[in-house]
Ligand binder design. Structure first.
Ligand code: ADP
Ligand code: MG
Length: 711
């Protein structure tokens, strides 16, 4: 595979390694590099998380709880105590007839000696209500000499995202040094105001300086919200760079060769005749798009978006027959074993009657069975291979892989998708790729996030489905719901109870803690419901269970051995249990609309009328009410995705996890979605009129990282 290296960043000074800065030895350089900060330019783009305003002094009387401030005062009293742990309390006054307490839990003897009554201090921190008025815990401070009155800062102090092993003061100094190396505006600017659409925006140099050293009167609220013009200017350029890079990759992809799967389609026609249903218009249209792509000697790169239940699998099966007809192999990967098994069952039922051999390769397949499966895959005897991540592992060799289907691709990384694609035959061909997702994203976003893919939409559900009836209900009415579950299960139906946690993110939250707390919440609900519904068989799944345990519970539910499944959001992707007709989602107001819609897609898969109850904690804010109303009124995943974006909820709609885009340094797809039309117009302009500028934009933001052609 040919690695495409973008041209060296043609940026005056920006490519200078950080090691060239004063005070950066091998060890510091290593620590910076570990955080992705290798060059001076990386430091330019390492933007502050927030700012501290030391440009003025606040009289103690005017301090507000929760609002960081700088204060100057004289020590009035010092108390050293021990309550559970050593504590030092220093009271200071500034003549404004109020006292502020500075409280320290970690301190050295030398520090205590500093705080003699009468000593003048200048300190900075966030006051909170304490036992005796306001107090600041662990302020930053300096002791002032008798007549010393240090100048106030001229700009806000940046607080940078921490770099392990490099202290904040050092980091601030290094970024300052890097900024001193900024070339003048013209040398730095790639998108001058004369570029269409750029008039009125601050230049790059000005934007960087404003963000690293905001003037005392800068709009802190806009900065905190990421809405400052300087932030928008940088986000615009970054989004542009990623978009251009994906468009480049797509062009490179189109240069590669693939098997033209352009047979007469006899197998597909036979499959269509044997299916127990007729394709919807949307399925037919999307299959025709796929078929036209596959007939070309260049690899297809197509994303099929389709709501849960829209029938994506059969489109994949039809595509598979086109490869088989040409004597080639197909791989279909799903993110979980259960999901892969479902695909296996469907594909076997549809394809084996046509004489097509379908093989199975998952982590669970070991020993002789695995060796046999691998041999079949390698010899080409297995024409269609279904599996999980196991398909992507080393040691899995195909005879002639011409089509790769990846389901729910956001659960896989781009790297995994590439690993599978790279299993194509060595003689100059790469496999076609069909990527399927049930997470619709709005068109403008798709154009950015999937600029390397063609996008099709199955925007119609098969006939005969009754839309899921959705209601929003206050958590106070929980007892009624317990009755409702009893009634549904008495009729032989099944139900889901989805627990989500109201999580107040804590500053010292440890990774994995969220999953543990979620699991605990689900366990509590499970115990309650088991007690309240003694006649029912209740199961529990959450993310802390082992894979096999989780699968066993899901399977029991699918087989009807459980009536009620208490679950965390782990059931989001997955299982088809047509008999389940009732779902209750707790704390629904806290979830993203797209995620709620995905969850709701677990019911309404059979003929029975289904309902989804969104439980919320009162009182409901106007915005939260509006968001839940969207779900009550619509079953259309695309519309919901658009609204989710418009209402800017805390949705999980977007993000690098789902798009396979490299992580952004500055941009945020949800926050900056409004910039996208401008990004697309700029990209068109540069690609047609100034490709060398396009190269430099990509090099500045995305370059350096090696990207594979057609990734
Ligand atoms: P998804 O798009 O969520 O992956 P599936 O492919 O699992 O949806 O299809 C959901 C169900 O609908 C399956 O049982 C499938 O056999 C069925 N189905 C697919 N297409 C049609 C159709 N055109 N008419 C009726 N049923 C269909
Ligand atoms: Mg599916």
């Amino acid at each position: 595979m040919k690695a495409v290296r973008t041209p060296a960043p043609a940026l005056a000074g920006g490519a200078t390694p950080v090691a060239a800065l004063r005070g950066v030895g091998e060890s510091v350089a290593g620590k910076l590099a570990a955080r992705g900060l290798a060059t001076v330019q990386d430091l330019w783009l390492h933007l502050p998380l927030r700012y501290e305003d030391r440009t003025r002094l606040t009289p103690i009387r005017e301090l507000q709880p929760g609002v960081p401030a700088q204060v100057e005062g004289t020590v009035e009293a010092v108390e050293r105590g021990f309550r559970y742990r050593p504590v030092l309390r220093v009271a200071i006054g500034d003549g404004s007839r109020a006292t502020l307490v500075l409280r320290f839990f970690h301190f050295r003897a030398a520090q205590v000696a500093q705080f003699r009554p009468g000593t003048r201090l200048r300190c900075f921190g966030t006051p909170r209500p304490g036992q005796h008025g306001l107090e600041i815990v662990h302020p930053s401070y300096r002791v002032l000499g008798d007549d010393e009155a240090p100048a106030l800062g001229e700009s806000l102090d940046p607080v940078y995202p921490a770099v392990e092993g490099v202290g904040p003061a050092t980091l601030r100094r290094l970024v300052g040094q890097a900024l001193d190396l900024l070339p003048d505006a013209d040398a730095l600017e790639l998108l001058p105001a004369s570029t269409p659409g750029m008039a009125g925006l601050p230049g790059l140099r000005e934007s960087l300086l404003v963000l690293h050293r905001p003037p005392a009167d800068a709009d802190l609220a806009a900065l905190a919200a990421g809405q400052h013009p300087a932030q928008r200017r940088l986000a615009l350029e970054e989004l542009l760079a990623h978009h251009l890079s994906l468009r480049r990759q797509r062009l490179a992809q189109q240069q590669l060769h693939a098997r033209a799967l352009d047979g007469p389609g006899a197998l597909a026609a036979r499959l269509l005749r044997t299916l127990p249903f007729a394709l919807t218009g949307a399925q037919r249209r999307v299959f025709e798009q796929v078929r036209a792509d596959l007939a070309l000697p260049n690899p297809m790169q197509r994303l099929v978006q389709g709501d849960v239940g829209s029938g994506k699998t059969v489109v994949a099966a039809l595509a598979a027959t086109l490869a088989v007809e040409r004597g080639c192999q197909v791989a279909l990967a799903a993110p979980t074993e259960l999901l892969a098994e479902q695909h296996l069952a469907n594909l076997k039922a549809w394809l084996e009657p046509l004489g097509i051999r379908v093989a199975w390769l998952a982590g669970k397949v070991t020993g002789k069975a695995r060796a046999a499966a691998l041999a079949d895959v390698a010899s080409g005897a297995a024409q269609v291979v279904v599996g999980t991540h196991a398909l992507m592992q080393e040691g899995v060799a195909f005879h002639d892989l011409a089509l790769v289907v990846v389901d729910e691709q956001h659960r896989f990384g781009v790297q995994q998708r590439l690993a599978l694609r790279d299993k194509g035959p060595a003689h100059g061909h790469v496999p076609h790729q069909l990527v399927m997702t049930a997470t619709p994203i709005p068109r403008t976003l798709a154009m950015t996030a999937y600029a390397d893919l063609d996008v099709s939409a199955i925007d119609e559900l098969p006939p005969g489905r009754t839309p899921v009836q959705t209601v929003a209900v206050s958590a106070e009415r929980r007892p009624e719901l317990v009755e409702r579950i009893r009634a549904a299960c008495a009729e032989g139906r099944q139900a889901y109870w989805v627990c989500t946690l109201i999580e107040e993110p804590e500053e010292d939250a440890r990774p994995g803690q969220g999953a543990r707390l979620q699991a605990q919440a689900a366990e509590r609900t499970f115990e309650q419901l088991t007690t309240q519904l003694p006649g029912l068989r209740v199961g529990l799944v959450h993310g802390r269970l082992k894979g096999a345990e989780k699968q066993a519970v899901m399977r029991a539910f699918k087989d009807g051995a459980l009536d009620l499944l208490v679950a965390t959001t782990v059931i989001e992707v997955g299982v088809d249990v047509p008999n389940a007709s009732l779902m209750i989602v707790e704390n629904a107001e806290r979830l993203g609309l797209a995620q709620l819609h995905q969850l709701r897609g677990r019911v309404g898969r059979g003929a029975a009328a289904s309902s989804c109850v969104l439980l919320y904690q009162p009182p409901l804010s106007a915005l939260a009410r509006q968001r839940l109303d969207v779900l009550r009124q619509s079953n259309d995943g695309f519309l919901i995705a658009e609204k989710d974006l418009a209402l800017r909820g805390p949705g999980e709609l977007l993000g690098t996890r789902q798009t396979g885009l490299a992580a952004f340094r500055i941009a945020d797809l949800a926050r900056d979605a409004g910039l996208l039309p401008q990004v697309h117009a700029l990209a068109d302009h540069l690609l047609s009129g100034a490709p060398e500028i396009a190269d430099r934009v990509v090099a500045r933001w995305v370059g350096g990282a090696v990207r594979y052609a057609g990734a």
